[in-house]
Design a binder for this molecule. Structure first.
Ligand SMILES: Cc1cc2nc3c(=O)[nH]c(=O)nc-3n(C[C@H](O)[C@H](O)[C@H](O)COP(=O)(O)OP(=O)(O)OC[C@H]3O[C@@H](n4cnc5c(N)ncnc54)[C@H](O)[C@@H]3O)c2cc1C
Length: 415
C-alpha cells in the first residue's frame, strides 16, 4: 500500500485525485484463519494490528456485523485521559495515552490526536479531596496530573461560571497531555494498517454461532458461512454477552445505551476538555466548531443506539449551570451507543472457560481512550495464551474472587 505523505497529496492534486487506492481491501472470507477477531471496533482492530506488529501473526480475520467503526468507536465523545486511581487502570490507560501520542506516525494516518488538556472540575469539597488523592496516586504511577486552583481553571477555560449558581468551582484535576482524537480515523487508520499486513476485514458478516471441539474453539458461524480458526477473540462491547452465550459461558456485564449530543458549530471558544462530574456532563469543542456534549446512560438495560429526548433536557440543564453560554445554542444531533458495564467499572481482558477463546470487553463508558493499550494487551493475551503485565489484573475470575478494581469514581461520569 502506498504511503500517505505531503508528496502524495501534491502528486494526486496534480492528477485530479484519480490515483488514490482504496484504504482497505474487501476480501471474501477464507475457510480458516489462525485468529478470528469478532468486532471491527477500535479494540478489535487494535488487537489485530498489534498481533501483526508485535507478534508477526497476520493470518487474521476481523469479522464485523455492520461497518467497521460503526459501533461505539464511531459514536463516542473522543476524550482521552489516563488519570485513574487504581494501579492496573493507570498502567493500561497511560500506555494507551502514550501510544496515541505517536499513533498518526505509527499508522501513517492522521488520527488528529489533540492533547489539549482535560479538566475534571471539583465542585464539592468531597470531589476536591478525591482528586487530590488521585493526583497523589498518579504521581506514584508516573501519570502526569495536578490539582489546580479556581483561578487557573478560569484562565484555561474562560467560559466557565466559576462561582455557581449551585456548585462553585473549587479547583480541578488537570491532565495537560489528555485530550481528544478523531474517532473514525482511529478505526480507519488501524483498518488500513491491518489490511496492508494481509489481514482480512470482513464487514456485513454477523457472527451467529461459535463452534467448539474437545473443549476448544474451532470456528464461528457467520452470515457469510462457517469460518474456522485456531483462536477466537470476542471484542464486541455491548454485544459481548450475546457472543459469550454462543460460546457457552456468561459474563458479569450489563449493556446500556449511553447518550451524546452536539450543538450547531460556533467560533472557537473552548480549547480544553471539561468534565463536570457533580452536575453530570462533559463538553469539548470539535474542530468543526460544534460543542460535543456527553450525557448519561439510560435508566435501564437496553440495546438501543438512539437518542432519548429527556437526555437533552437533563444534560443541557446540568451543563448550563457551569457554562451559561450553552443556553443560547441550538442542538444539532443526538445519538446513543451500547456500552458494556461491569460491576467495578473496569474492563475484562481474559481467557474464558472455552479453550483458545479470549474476551475483551467491559470498557463501558470510557473505552475510546484505551483502544491502543487494550489492543496491545489483548494481542499479547491471544498470541501467548496468557495475559501479560497490562492485562493480568483484568481477568474475569476477579468477580468470583472479589478482587475488584474499583474505578466507579474515575468512571463515575460517562466519558
Ligand atoms: C455516547 C458515547 C460517548 C462515549 N464517550 C467516550 C469518551 O469520551 N472517551 C472514551 O474513552 N470512551 C467513550 N465512550 C466509550 C467508547 O466509545 C467505547 O468504550 C469503545 O468505543 C468500545 O470500543 P469497542 O471496539 O470495544 O466496541 P465497538 O466500537 O462498539 O465495536 C464492537 C463491534 O462489534 C460488532 N459486533 C457486535 N455483535 C457482532 C456480531 N454478532 N458479529 C460481528 N460483529 C459484531 C459491532 O457492530 C461493533 O462494530 C463513549 C461511548 C458512547 C456510546
Amino acid at each position: 500500500m502506498k504511503r500517505y505523505s505531503a508528496f502524495a497529496i501534491a502528486r494526486e492534486g496534480a492528477r485530479y485525485h484519480q490515483g488514490w487506492e482504496r484504504a482497505w481491501r474487501a476480501p471474501e472470507p477464507k475457510k480458516k484463519y489462525d485468529v478470528v477477531i469478532v468486532g471491527a471496533g477500535g479494540h478489535g482492530l487494535a488487537t489485530a494490528f498489534y498481533l501483526g506488529k508485535n507478534f508477526g501473526i497476520t493470518d487474521v480475520a476481523i469479522v464485523e456485523k455492520g461497518w467497521l467503526g460503526g459501533g461505539n468507536t464511531g459514536r463516542n465523545t473522543t476524550i482521552i485521559r489516563s488519570n485513574y486511581l487504581q494501579d492496573p487502570s493507570a498502567a493500561i490507560y497511560e500506555k494507551a495515552r502514550a501510544l496515541y501520542e505517536t499513533m498518526s506516525q505509527d499508522l501513517n494516518y492522521n488520527v488528529m490526536f489533540s492533547p489539549r488538556g482535560v479538566l475534571m472540575l471539583a465542585q464539592t469539597q468531597h470531589e476536591l479531596r478525591a482528586y487530590k488523592r488521585t493526583a497523589h496516586a498518579n504521581a506514584l504511577q508516573g501519570v502526569s496530573t495536578e490539582v489546580i486552583s479556581p483561578d487557573r481553571v478560569r484562565q484555561l477555560c474562560p467560559i466557565i461560571a466559576i462561582d455557581g449558581p449551585r456548585y462553585p468551582v473549587l479547583g480541578a484535576l488537570w491532565q495537560a497531555r489528555g485530550g481528544t482524537a478523531r474517532h473514525d480515523a482511529v478505526a480507519w487508520g488501524y483498518a488500513r494498517a491491518c489490511s496492508d499486513m494481509g489481514m482480512d476485514i470482513l464487514q456485513q458478516c454477523e457472527v451467529t454461532g461459535v463452534r467448539q471441539k474437545a473443549g476448544k474453539v474451532s470456528g464461528v458461524e457467520t452470515a457469510r458461512g462457517f469460518i474456522g480458526c485456531d483462536k477466537l477473540a470476542i471484542v464486541t462491547a455491548g454485544h459481548t454477552g450475546q457472543i459469550a452465550q454462543m460460546a457457552g459461558f456468561g459474563l458479569p456485564v450489563e449493556s446500556i445505551s449511553l447518550q451524546a449530543l452536539v450543538s450547531e458549530p460556533i467560533k472557537p471558544c473552548l480549547d480544553v476538555v471539561v468534565m463536570a462530574n457533580t452536575v453530570h456532563g462533559y463538553i469539548s469543542q470539535s474542530d468543526k466548531g460544534e460543542m460535543v456534549i456527553g450525557g448519561g446512560t439510560d435508566h435501564s438495560i437496553n440495546y438501543s443506539q438512539r437518542g432519548a429526548f429527556y437526555h437533552i433536557e437533563e444534560t443541557v440543564r446540568a451543563l448550563v449551570e457551569t457554562f451559561p453560554m450553552i443556553s443560547r445554542l441550538k442542538m444539532l444531533r443526538q445519538w446513543g451507543g451500547i456500552v458494556d458495564m461491569t460491576g467495578d467499572r473496569s474492563p475484562i481482558l481474559s481467557k474464558t472457560p472455552l479453550g483458545n477463546c479470549f474476551v475483551n470487553c467491559g470498557w463501558g463508558t470510557g473505552g475510546f481512550k484505551s483502544i491502543p493499550g487494550s489492543g496491545w494487551a489483548m494481542a499479547e493475551l491471544v498470541a501467548r495464551g496468557e495475559p501479560g503485565p497490562l492485562a493480568a489484573a483484568f481477568g474475569m475470575d476477579r468477580f468470583r474472587q472479589g478482587r475488584f478494581i474499583d474505578e466507579s469514581v474515575a468512571a463515575g461520569v460517562a466519558h
